[in-house]
Design a protein around this ligand. Structure first.
Ligand SMILES: *Cc1c(COP(=O)(O)O)cnc(C)c1O
Length: 356
C-alpha cells in the first residue's frame, strides 16, 4: 500500500515548544496519518497530511457505542541523531487484539509499521534532543459509520498523531502515593481489561477522582471477583519485590499486557533477578510492608517507564514503602531501559528499531 504524502505549507508549520517545558500530551506535530475502512473495500486512502480537525456525522458510531481503541509508543533520538522506535510490533499486534475484541477491522502489520516509520521520519525535527524527552505516538481507531443501532460499524477511521513529551520526572525520580480502591473495579473477567479500549478509561475516572481528592496520585485496582488480588495501578502494570522475588500479577483477561511489563520481566531475568507472574493479594503486600520484606514497588508503562510507589493507602491506613524512597531495582531497571531506548547501550533483546 503506497502512502500518499501531502506536506503542510511552510507558513503553516507550528513553532516548536520549549523542550524543557514539554509536559505530556500538550503539543502535537504538523501532520497526521489517516486511513479509512469500509466493509467490502477494506482499508483505503492511507495518507500523511497536515494535522486537522476530524469531521464526523453526529451519529458516527464511536460517539454512541464506544468502538474506539488506541495505542501509545514513543520515538527516541540517539546521540548522533539516529531515530529509534521501541518494540513497535508489540503495539501493532496489541492494537489488532483490541480491534478483534471490539469487532473492529485489523490492520496489516506491514502497512501499520510502514505508516509509523514514514510518519515519524517526516516529523523527525519534532523529536526532542533534551535528555529523557521523546516523541509520543498515538495510533487510534474509531467507528465512523453514520447510523444509530448497536452493532459493529461498517466504516472506520484509523489515524496516528504524535507530539513531543518531556522526561516524566521533571523533578527527579520520585515515588508516588497510591490509593487502593475497593469499591470500584477497572476490569472484570470476560470484559475488556486486556485491551486498550477507550471506554475502560472513562470507567476508571471516578475512582481516580476520589484518590486525587484524598491526595493520592494513582488508584491501585483489585480484582473484580474477590476484591483481593492486586491487578494494576492507574494505567500501568505493577511490580513488587518481596525478599528476593520480583512479582507481577499474571495476565488473564483483566490486565493490560504492557510492553514495559514484558520488558521488565525479561530484563530482570537477564540481570539475574527472580521474576515471576503470580497472583498477589493486597493483604500479602501489606503484611510484607509490616514485616519489612517489601523492598520495592513500582508501576510500569510507556509514558513513565518505571514509576516507584512510595506509599499505599488501604482500609483507612497509610503504609510507607522502603521509607518512601525509590528502590534500588526500580532505579536500575529505569536506567537500563532508557539506555536501550536511546541507543546508549547494546540491546541484547533486539527491542530497538532504528528507522533513520
Ligand atoms: C497502556 C497501559 C499499560 C502499560 O502498557 P505499556 O505497553 O507498557 O505502555 C498498563 N495498563 C493499562 C491499563 C494501560 O492502558
Amino acid at each position: 500500500m503506497k502512502i500518499k504524502i501531502i506536506k503542510a505549507l511552510p507558513k503553516y508549520l507550528k513553532p516548536k515548544p520549549d523542550e524543557k517545558k514539554l509536559g505530556f500530551g500538550q503539543h502535537f506535530t504538523d501532520h497526521m496519518f489517516t486511513m479509512k475502512y469500509r466493509e467490502g473495500d477494506g482499508w483505503y486512502d492511507p495518507v500523511i497530511e497536515p494535522y486537522h480537525y476530524l469531521q464526523l456525522d453526529p451519529t458516527a458510531m464511536c460517539l454512541h457505542y464506544g468502538q474506539e481503541i488506541f495505542e501509545g509508543l514513543k520515538a527516541y533520538r540517539g546521540t548522533n541523531d539516529e531515530i529509534y522506535l521501541f518494540r513497535p510490533l508489540e503495539n501493532i499486534r496489541r492494537m489488532n487484539v483490541s480491534a478483534e475484541r471490539l469487532c473492529m477491522p485489523p490492520i496489516d502489520e506491514t502497512v501499520f509499521l510502514d505508516a509509523l516509520k514514514q510518519f515519524v521520519v517526516l516529523e523527525k525535527e519534532w523529536i526532542p534532543r533534551e535528555k529523557g524527552a521523546s516523541l509520543y505516538i498515538r495510533p487510534t481507531m474509531i467507528a465512523t459509520e453514520p447510523a444509530l443501532g448497536v452493532h459493529p460499524a461498517s466504516e472506520y477511521l484509523f489515524f496516528i498523531i504524535c507530539g513531543p513529551v518531556g522526561a516524566y520526572y521533571a523533578h527527579g525520580f520520585g515515588p508516588t502515593k497510591i490509593y487502593v480502591s475497593d469499591d470500584c473495579v477497572r476490569a472484570a473477567p470476560g470484559g475488556t481489561g486486556h485491551v486498550k479500549a477507550a471506554g475502560n478509561y472513562a470507567a476508571s475516572l471516578y475512582a481516580s477522582r476520589i484518590a486525587s481528592a484524598m491526595g493520592y496520585t494513582q488508584v491501585l485496582w483489585l480484582d473484580a471477583r474477590e476484591n483481593r488480588y492486586v491487578e494494576e495501578v492507574g494505567t500501568s502494570n505493577i511490580f513488587f519485590m518481596i525478599g528476593d522475588r520480583l512479582i507481577t500479577p499474571p495476565l488473564g483477561g483483566t490486565i493490560l499486557p504492557g510492553v514495559t511489563r514484558d520488558s521488565v520481566l525479561k530484563l530482570a531475568a537477564h540481570l539475574g533477578v527472580k521474576a515471576e507472574e503470580s497472583r498477589i493479594a493486597i493483604t500479602e503486600v501489606i503484611s510484607a510492608i509490616e514485616e519489612g520484606t517489601l523492598r520495592d514497588a513500582f508501576a510500569t508503562g510507556t509514558a513513565a517507564v518505571i514509576s516507584p510507589v512510595g506509599q499505599i493507602f488501604y482500609h483507612n491506613r497509610e503504609y510507607l514503602i522502603n521509607d518512601g524512597k525509590t528502590g534500588e531495582l526500580a532505579e536500575k531497571l529505569y536506567h537500563e531501559i532508557l539506555q536501550i531506548q536511546y541507543g546508549l547501550k547494546e540491546d541484547p533483546f533486539g527491542w530497538r528499531m532504528r528507522i533513520a
